[in-house]
Ligand binder design. Structure first.
Ligand code: D5M
Ligand code: ZN
Ligand code: FE
Length: 515
């Protein structure tokens, strides 16, 4: 790209606009004979006076200006003409159903103002005690677990008698067909042996166990203080009917924009924003857009800086403030009647350890200036109409993929299901997911959600589990070199749209230039 062209494009972006592909190609050709910066200045001046907000600048618009301002390129024009891009055709007036209804939004849990960890040893103890005790309570509500005893109590019982304990999985070792577990409660620990001779089913369950999660072990007391496992019970979420909205309002659940990365899918994301404005897609998609009242972004709004080795080469914007500045250019294009909810991810400018407070005001300022934003911590719980959503970026999904067979980066829904079963968002301590020892464990899934929304793995997947709609919302970033190395194959550019009245999901693929 020539210097001048580069400057023209930067100027356009800084002004809050995007050139679509055809417009860019046109500008490129034109820049060989004309000053593209001057032209874009002219274009921006004109576009600002348009009654309708737009994000994308179309080729036809540039042509119009060229015709008036630079008549000498008129002859060339005919060879440059291509059919107008359908993207900005908004022939019918877009009437937004969602504009006429009131937002109904309540923040139920947000760790932001409650974070107070200092990192002392006592805090770690308190943290794990809180985790153990609160998850134990979920387990004890179960008929089949109610009568569990402490580990030291169970160790006193006679050989071959049945025992039932609740404990945290401290160790898990596999030897051939056997699994050895070390399970601890607040006073004692015990070795539990799982053998295929009991049942294949229990062996399978043992393979699904995550370190540091709290479960109930039903066993036979063996010799030498060993328990022979007969069954493993997870706290789990109860099977129930989810709450639904009484009116047809929709929420667009997205995550992982990674703005500032060279791999950020600018065009696709712009289409998403245009779609929200009723300016992209066929009639049925536009009808869907008209019902969208909420946009939720589950973290990784920006690419950040210094997140992984070699990241600098993949950055399009190397200043974190500018990255958030660019986010604000996009979100200010989201219609005002839509409520926007954001939480941070591991690439955002919040602290790294979970729970993460909301993105600090210093960085989030341009966002809040651009439009109204509910900026919450990670994780948070909100209620939209009658529907409760648990919002979590999803960092711990890496640890689950790494430790559980049959769960991969391609099946984040399965990993999310394991989190619901654990009643904990980040059970594994001390691996990839940094967890701050807060006195209260904010990562516990206290309330079974109607929707469990996470991102991070860049693969869109959804499923229903015991009444909870599980959604992993994919990404807006093309595959990075780092992901290639990690064996991650994302499917970005697809947004899951949820009807809050039915909890049905419609995925919309924005990688196609026309749908
Ligand atoms: O993570 C995007 C994807 O890359 C997600 O699938 C996890 C994977 N990922 C990210 N960091 C790591 C590390 N350190 N090891 C293995 N895999 C990783 P995102 O945080 O959104 O960039
Ligand atoms: Zn991400
Ligand atoms: Fe992430």
């Amino acid at each position: 790209m020539s210097d001048k062209l580069q400057r023209a494009v930067s100027f356009t972006i800084a002004a809050g606009y995007q050139l679509d592909k055809q417009a860019f190609d046109f500008l490129n050709t034109l820049s060989q004979t004309e000053d593209p910066v001057k032209l874009m200045e002219e274009v921006i001046k004109k576009i600002k006076n348009l009654p309708q907000k737009t994000l994308f600048i179309q080729r036809s618009f540039l042509e119009e200006i060229v015709e008036k301002a630079l008549p000498e390129v008129k002859e060339e024009k005919s060879s440059l003409v291509t059919p107008p891009s359908p993207i900005l055709e908004a022939k019918k007036v877009f009437h937004a159903y969602a504009k006429d209804i009131d937002a109904d939004i309540k923040v139920i849990e947000d760790p932001t103002d409650e974070i107070c960890e200092t990192g002392s040893i006592e805090e770690y103890l308190e943290y794990f005690q809180d985790r153990f005790q609160r998850i134990q309570r979920f387990l004890r509500r179960r008929m089949d677990v109610k009568d569990a005893t402490s580990i030291s109590e169970a160790l006193k019982s006679s050989v071959n008698s049945k025992v039932k304990v609740i404990g945290m999985v401290a160790e898990k070792r596999q030897r051939k067909q056997r699994v050895f577990l070390t399970v601890e409660d607040l006073e004692a620990s015990v070795t539990v042996l799982v053998t295929p001779s009991t049942s294949q089913e229990v062996i399978k369950k043992a393979h699904m166990l995550l370190l540091d999660q709290v479960v109930c072990i039903k066993a036979i007391k063996g010799r030498n203080d060993l328990f022979i496992a007969e069954d493993i019970v997870w706290p789990d979420v109860p099977k129930r009917k989810p709450n639904k909205a009484s009116i047809p309002v929709y929420a667009a659940l997205i995550s992982d924009l990674h703005i500032g990365s060279k791999m950020f899918m600018r065009e696709e994301f712009s289409r998403f924003v245009l779609w929200l404005n009723g300016k992209f897609g066929n009639e049925s998609l536009k009808n869907l857009a008209s019902h969208v009242k909420y946009v939720v972004i589950a973290g990784d709004l920006v690419e950040g800086i210094g997140i992984y080795p070699g990241q600098l080469d993949e950055l399009a914007i190397t200043d974190i403030y500018e990255q958030y500045g660019m986010v604000s250019k996009f979100i200010e294009q989201i219609p005002d009647y839509i409520e926007l909810i954001i939480i941070p991810g591991n690439h955002d400018a919040s602290r790294r350890a979970l729970p993460q407070p909301a993105i600090p005001k210093d960085y989030a300022e341009p966002l809040c200036e651009a439009r109204k934003v509910y900026s919450l911590g990670n994780p948070s719980t909100v209620r939209l109409h009658e529907v409760e959503l648990l919002l979590y970026h999803g960092r711990s999904l890496d640890d689950i993929v790494a430790s559980i067979p049959n769960v991969s980066f391609q099946t984040p829904d399965k990993a999310m299901k394991l989190l619901l079963q654990s009643r904990h968002l980040a059970p594994v301590y001390g691996k990839k997911t940094p967890i701050a020892p807060e006195k209260r464990d904010f990562m516990i899934i206290e309330r079974p959600p109607d929707i469990f929304h996470a991102g991070h793995v860049h693969v869109i997947k959804y499923d229903t589990y015991r009444g909870t709609l599980i959604v992993n919302s994919g990404a807006w970033q093309k595959r990075t070199e780092f992901q290639k190395k990690m064996g991650v194959t994302p499917n970005p550019g697809i947004a899951p749209i949820v009807n809050l009245q039915t909890l049905q999901v419609t995925p919309i693929n924005f990688t196609a230039s026309y749908v």
